[in-house]
Design a protein. Structure first.
Length: 246
């Protein structure tokens, strides 16, 4: 129990109140017998001394929105569950991943989640770069079973709109998971008719937007995903350069 309280404490932050706090309380109570108000208070007290609270807040948000996407097509695919578990294991290690996955499965079972209210709370407390990273991870989950359904895309698009992620940013991140003739241009948020100078300008803008340094506050464990987005931008630019001979 003590280890779980410490882990949960790192993830309370803005999640302690509002709709996320309510969902969190329901989820914790549903899989830990005897978990009391005192335990929640202990977790909150630990949170105050945690150096990794930003990472924990991001983690809780990630688990909640992942559950929403996985349930959106009416079925829970084991490959999607495995993707989430493996991702958390790679980021946080075995013990923390076990805690996260227990909470995640409780979120899966909860049918009372208001996506809009949850996203509003996240939006009010999380940076734009962090919200972009959430969308990137959600597409990774949707693609983990080898196919992204229209329902999943629509769900992520709705989440993006609630998080105030623009349609350009949404399409840019979405293009990172699809193969198409215009993929590189969509990632850089430009059209194929863009001039060479406009291509360079777009690249510089996207490098600034997706630079991993913008997620330093989340901790080392989240930088890998940020670096993946950054590499996709670089590859897109290199592809256009090669096609145009510039």
């Amino acid at each position: 129990m003590a280890n779980f309280i410490k882990w949960l404490g790192a993830g309370l932050g803005f999640s302690l109140g509002g709709p996320i706090g309510s969902i969190l309380g329901y989820a914790v109570g549903s899989f830990i017998e005897g978990f009391s108000k005192e335990d929640i208070e202990k977790a909150a007290a630990y949170k105050k001394t945690s150096a990794n609270s930003n990472s924990g807040d991001f983690e809780i948000s990630l688990l909640l929105l992942s559950a929403v996407v996985i349930k959106s097509d009416g079925k829970v695919d084991q490959r999607e569950l495995t993707f989430v578990r493996d991702h958390f294991k790679n980021m946080y290690g075995e013990e923390r991943a076990n805690h996260a996955f227990k909470l995640f499965r409780a979120f899966i079972k909860n049918n009372e989640v208001s996506t809009q209210k949850v996203c509003t709370q996240i939006r009010n407390h999380m940076s734009h770069a962090s919200r972009l990273q959430l969308i990137h991870f959600l597409f990774g989950i949707a693609k983990s079973d080898g196919y992204v359904s229209d329902v999943e895309v629509d769900t992520i698009k709705t989440i993006a709109s609630y998080l105030y992620v623009s349609s350009y940013d949404f399409e840019s991140i979405k293009a990172m998971f699809y193969d198409s003739t215009e993929r590189a241009y969509i990632i850089l948020e430009i059209s194929k008719t863009a001039t060479n100078e406009e291509v360079k300008k777009a690249y510089r803008k996207m490098v600034k937007k997706y630079h991993p340094d913008k997620l330093q506050h989340l901790g080392e464990e989240h930088l890998k995903g940020a670096e993946e987005k950054f590499k996709q931008v670089q590859k897109a630019y290199e592809q256009i350069q090669k096609e145009r001979g510039i």
